[in-house]
Design a protein around this ligand. Structure first.
Ligand code: SF4
Length: 333
């Protein structure tokens, strides 16, 4: 065993101080930051912060995407979901397994995490921490500097690579210990605690469930779109996404054409929509057009919608109230 470790750096407080505790024991540390298609806005900001954390700590950092295999795990997690579609136990096992695979090429002997016993309900309980360690085939090779004294000594501690006395025995959700360390070390580059990926978001989770249930060949593009616009289930095989602002109008415009049909209002102000439908038919277009018009301004009695489905053509329809709220996917929970 050598004096080199990979440390999982989220960009948050815990991983920053945990890594510092290991660096201060003379260990060479390489940071590893995971990204994914399910990253929330906050996660993306944390990604930038992780680079700053590494710079402040004076270590190299590698960013790695969880990749398409991870989508399969989200679809069918062995250890189930948390409150929403977040498979935190499987996600931790997956990330740590990827880390283990990188150890030989980086010449690292063990892994460091900012985990704190009892801090998170699903993945940081004692029994789940043990399960995750076992299933990622890193038994004895994960060091959690903030809670180390509450676990049996890791292999680096047993072999004298790390001094156990300089590791901590902190548990629970309180963060006074971490803030004291930040103060002591003068660290500035870390994000405040809290938040999870998009899979912890109830609305996103409802939309993801709907996508998985209705579209057997969904793509990463379909997943990316779950965070954009209002989503309507027009029929079992047709979904309409309606922009909520100018930025989303542009985003939907740039995506349409791949497997989505673009719908634009003509002669009145209103949002753009994109439609994914197995077999387009008049009824689906009419319902979609009425939903779009519902979000428009100064809509004439016979509005016109332009359809871009390979060719461009428009159709006029009679406007009347439609109960589009009942088609909103978010309300199907
Ligand atoms: S919150 Fe998201 S990224 Fe974090 S462990 Fe859970 S599933 Fe993974």
């Amino acid at each position: 065993m050598n004096k080199k470790a990979i440390s999982l750096i989220s960009g948050g407080l815990d991983s920053a101080v945990a890594t510092k505790l290991i660096i201060d024991q003379g260990i060479e540390v390489v940071g590893l930051h995971f990204t994914s298609i399910f990253a929330s806005k906050r996660d993306k900001q944390r990604g930038h912060r992780a680079l700053e954390t590494a710079r402040e700590l004076g270590i190299e950092i590698i960013s790695k995407d969880k990749g398409e295999d991870y989508i399969e795990i989200v679809k069918n997690p062995r250890y189930g979901y948390g409150k929403n579609m977040n498979p935190c136990i499987d996600c931790r096992i997956y990330m740590l397994s990827l880390t283990r695979n990188m150890m030989p090429e980086l010449g690292a002997s063990f892994v460091v995490t900012g985990e704190v016993l009892g801090q998170r309900p699903m993945s940081q309980r004692r029994n789940t921490i043990g399960l995750i360690e076992k299933r990622s085939e890193l038994k004895g090779l994960i060091v959690r500097p903030l809670s180390a004294k509450l676990f049996p000594p890791s292999i680096p501690e047993q072999e004298g690579i790390l001094d156990r006395e300089k590791l901590l025995g902190h548990a629970g959700r309180g963060r006074h210990v971490q803030y004291e360390l930040v103060e002591r070390y003068g660290l500035k580059e870390f994000d405040l605690p809290g938040g999870g990926c998009l899979l912890t978001d109830p609305i996103f989770s409802i939309k993801l469930k709907d996508l998985m249930a209705t579209d057997p060949v969904y793509t990463t593009k379909d997943i990316e779109l779950l965070a954009v616009g209002r989503h309507f289930r027009v029929s079992p095989s047709a979904k309409l996404i309606v922009a909520r602002n100018e930025r989303e109008n542009e985003k939907l415009g740039s995506i349409a054409g791949e497997s989505y049909i673009r719908l634009d209002p003509v002669g009145f102000r209103g949002p753009r929509g994109i439609l994914k439908v197995a077999t387009p038919d008049e009824g689906t277009f009419l319902t979609s057009a009425r939903i779009l018009a519902r979000y428009g301004k100064d809509v004439p009695p016979n509005p016109v919608i332009e359809i871009h489905d390979g060719t461009s053509h428009s159709f006029s329809f009679e406007m009347h109230e439609i109960d589009s709220d009942s088609l909103l996917i978010q309300q199907e929970a």
